[in-house]
Structure formats: structure tokens, C-alpha cells
Design a protein around this ligand. Sequence first.
Ligand code: SF4
Length: 699
Amino acid sequence: MDTHCPYCALQCGMRLAPLAGSAGGVEVRERTAFPVNRGALCGKGRTAPEVLAKAVRLTEPLVRDPASGELVPADWDTALDRVAAGLAGVRGRHGADAVGVFGGGGLTNEKAYALGKFTRLVLGSSQIDYNGRFCMSSAAAAGNRAFGVDRGLPFPLADIPRTGCVILVGSNLAETMPPALRYLTELRENGGTLIVVDPRRTRTAEQADLHLAPRPGTDLALALGLLHLVVAEGRVDEAFVAARTSGWPAARAAAMAHWPELVERITGVPVPRLRAAVELFCAPESAMVLTARGPEQQAKGTDTVGAWINLCLATGRAGRPLSGYGCLTGQGNGQGGREHGQKADQLPGYRMLADQAAREHVAGVWGVSPDTLPGPGRSAYELLDALGRDTPDGVRALLLLASNPVVSAPRAAHVEERMRALDFLAVCDVVLSESARLADVVLPVTQWAEETGTLTNLEGRVLLRRRAVDPPPGCRSDLEVLNALAARLGWDRGFPTDPAEVFAELRRASAGGKADYSGISYRRIVEEDGVFWPCPAAGPGEAPHPGTPRLFLDRFATEDGRARFAPVSHRPSAEEPDADYPVLLTTGRVLAQYQSGAQTRRVAELNAAAPGPFVQLHPRLAARLGAAEGDRLAVVSRRGRAVAPARISADIRPDTVFMPFHWPGEGRANTLTNPALDPTSRMPEFKVCAVRVELADGR
Ligand code: SF4
């Protein structure tokens, strides 16, 4: 059975075959014909069937026993009754907005769509958001502002090897999505060049022709410094700027205020390296800028991405073949998950809840009055921060799916405290995650290879994951759970449980929207190795729309068709180092683990490769602390303390430490991170905060 990996946004194609000697077990085989990864997989994808095994997962509902306080097994009716009563009770006492829903970027398009509809119609609540807010929301906001639409990559990955230069900003794809590295390798084999911007010399940075290592939180200034040099050296594509953009004078003025020596002082990147980057980027006919979480997970993430987009626009590297700006989305359905209604401010088809025409269209598909749809809700961190609050706008009950905020949210100890303060918490998950352990009811749900559904990869390519194995008898799909809860909550119009039926409705709801899926079918996805949105349905007698692998070649998706410069300026991070917290912390991922680790920490091979957290620090900082390799280090921020062994390396700046965020417990990196929010995207500042580092056990 041809299908796709359950993890990251590359959505590698794979083939699942029966495992010899195992009743119902499967193993992963290569699927070389799928163009995105051509058979290559990382260890996470290769070992994904292990998470299907009964030994590591939930196979029966759990309810909290009032007498013992423990989670104990229950039958499905009992568990669903408890969830419905918990949600309805809070709604009755405190109003619909006291009930919140928190989804995930791993949910299929069908589930994301159904969850948004369930929240707004059945619960009547505006309080829904998802963990994708923590992933790519700054790039989405900047893309919408500049181009009028947000699709991670506006071109296929296959274009990368044929461009002249790629600036890769804050992405360690050699570890996060290793099969994608070949696109950069082929770029260099074809004579193109690679510039990597990262405070650490990562495995990806090792491949670069030029590595720029700015202080965390200063890549906005770095992009402005490059744009300054572009102007000063007469490299602006004036004809492109005049014909296809607006807002250049203000953006130009902002860039001219960031002269190279100032940018060197802010970023720590020497002026000659800035000049070298401009030469590499501007010399070829075509070039790209690709960003990931580094520039995006900042309290100024939207403007930081905007600064990199400005660089593309000023040099005519957007809206042209083999050129452009793109975001490397992180989660498996980070792209589709934000298009179909589980984001606080959006309706299906990338329509906005605040737009009356959008409300009328979607309400028409749902058979309700637009007036019954709630307005926009809170963003992810704001929703988590409101949990359990005894205030008029507090959220007292939460339905949580496919997310583990106890490990993955910023200021995680506080988030855990808020979750514990809830009147009622229900969790749908595959495993008993750290967040599920706090629940009043845990519902064991089916997962990737056990169910069918679509996902949209980082290229905007809509893919089909197909059911390849039967789930354990005790598990139900999220769609079945929503159906059962809707019935118990008095919704008498049914809630489809068949993914194909949900997808058909999603297509109608998305028709005419920016992310138009109306011309996409399961059959086409299989036959065409995915279909790129927008793909409107063909009218009578028309040929099917071919899908849109490349956006913006004729016009941008703004009202006047022009891309918009953003007049952005450097500003400090929400927390800068001081006498008490003199070091910068940045966080990220490692090769063998995925996000909160809820699945990958249960896979023996991955755990052996990456068994726990660590603190990467420069030898000079280690010497100052008197720390040796492996010493337990305490990293302390204004929000808490995390302890992990030292990993000493000259591959990181001396003013910065790095921690991966996959683990709970004393090494939980997100205990430390700063929930300061970007004013536009509401992205927290995961990527930079001030800390002090000390020997955990003294000397
Ligand atoms: Fe799965 Fe991503 Fe690894 Fe591909 S790169 S196998 S999609 S985790």
C-alpha cells in the first residue's frame, strides 16, 4: 500500500508491506516513484510502524476515577458520556466560550475541517486554535501581508536545484527533514550556491558555501543589512519593483537606516561576510530565500520574515520561475491544518472568520445562518494561558487532540499548571502523552496507517494517506469521536465519519477560497502524485484544472496583483541578556526525535540515538563555568529551571546555548522559553530568551 510518513511536512512517500511472521504487522519499503523523496526516508519514517504496536499505545478509553484519582479503563459509551457531560456542564454554567478546543498540525485536512465545524456549530465556541500556531504562523502572516496568500513554498521542491542561490534561514533540514537535503546538494552540484543563516554550525550549515551565524533574534537586522547593500551597490531590480510591487520607498528607507557596520554590531556578522552574501545572492539570474522556525519563532517573527521577503522583492527574486520566498513548514499537515478551520481566525478554504462574505459561503455549506458562527477566538498560547481561570473569559473545559502542550508549549510549567486548573479536560491521542496524563478522560484514537485522509505538504501538494492496517479493536477515529460527541451534545444533523464524505464537504466549503480544493479528488491525488492547490472545480464542459505548482508568476494574490513591501526595522528581542541572565537560549530539534517526542520517544531505535536532552555550549562558555563534557548544567530563565548534560562544541556562538525541546521532566527546554507574542501572528518567542547557566550540582 502506497502512503505517507506520519511525521514532518515533507510527507515522504513510503510503501507499507505485510511484515513476515507478524499477524497484521507492516514494514516500510521504499517508494521511489514518489517525486518528493524518491524513496529516501529518515529514521523516524523508517521506524514509524513501531508506533502502531499495541505495546506503546492506548487501546482503551481511560476515565479518572473520583475515588482514587487515577485514570482507569472504561468502555467507550461511559467515556464519551463523561466527555459530553463535562463539556456541556461547563457550557451550561459559564457559556460556550468557556469550552476550548486545541488541535494539531498532524491532523488530516478532514479532521481539521471537522474539528473547526464541531467547535463553532456543536459547541458554539470561538475558542479553537492549534499547535501549528507555534510552527509557521509568522511566515503565514508575512506571506499574507506581502503576497496576499500563504502557501509554504509557492513552487515545488524540484525547482530548488535549478535556481542560482538559496539563502536558508533558521532551518536545520539535514536533521529535521533529511531527504530534503538532496535538493540543496543537487543545487550545489549544478553550480548554485547555498548560504545558511543559523547561530549554530549545524549539519545543514556544514553544507553551505557561506555560513552566517547571527546572534539569536537579530536575523531581521541581518536581512535589512543585506538589503542596504543591495541598494548601495545598485543591485535593485528597478523594473520589477516598479511593475510588480508596492511600498518600496518606505521599505527602502528602513533598510538604509541599517548600514552594514551597525548590522555587524547588532548581529555579530562581519561586514565582509554580508558583502559576500549579497554577491552570491545577486550574481545569478535566479535565487530563493527559504525560512523555517529560526526567524519565525520570534516575537517579531512576522517582520523578520517580512525583511527576508523584502530582500527577494527588491532583487526581483519573487513571482518568477526558479525564484521566490518560501517557508519550510514543520508539521506533517502544518500547511493543510491551517487552511480548513482549526485556526482561531479562519474558516475552510483559507477564508477569514471576520470576512462577512466568507461567513456566508461557509455557513451556506453548513446549512446554518452566518449569524450563528462565532467570531475569531484566541491564539494558541493565549488560549492555553486562559485555561482554568476563574474569570468571565476563562476557558474551563478543553478538548485536546493531537498535541502535547505540556512539553511543546512555551513557558511549559505554567501551561501545565493552567491545564491542571481546568474543570474538565478530555484528550484524544494515540499514546498516553504528558498532556493526556492530566485528563479527566482519554480517548484512544486511530493513527496514520489505520485511517484514510488527505494532508497538504510544504509545497501545497495535497496528498492521500491511506488505511493500510486495521486499528486495534479499542480505538476509534477522531471523526467517529466528533460524531459521537455531536450526537450527545444535541446536534441532530449528523457528523460524517467517512473521510471521503468529509473531504467532499471540505471541497465545497473551500470552493472560491484562496486554498481552493474543489477540483481535487482522492482519485486525482493518487493518479497524479498529489495535486497542488488552488485547484478549482471545472465548470460544465471544461477540462479539469491542473492544479497550481507555481504561484505568482503572472500576479500576486493581492487585490492589485502587486506584492507589498513591509517597512520593517530591527528591534530587540523581548528579553535581552543582562547581569542576571547573561546568555541567550535557543531551542530546536534533533535528527532522531520529532516535536514533543510523544511518538518518537516510544521507538527504541530513535531513543537509543537520542535518549535525552542536552545543553550545547561553546568551549569558552564551558571554561568560564568550569564545566566539562557531560556535566549536569542548570539553565535558568525568568520562567524556570531545566537541567541537562553539557555538550561542548565550537559549533555554537559563545554567547548562546542550545537545547532540544523533545523531552518532559527536568530537561524540558520549554520550561525556559518566553511566551512573548508576535503582535500579528501571535507566535511565541521560542527561539530566543535570556538565561543563566550554572553547574547543576555545584563544584
Ligand atoms: Fe518522515 Fe519527515 Fe523523515 Fe520524511 S523527512 S521520513 S516525512 S520524518
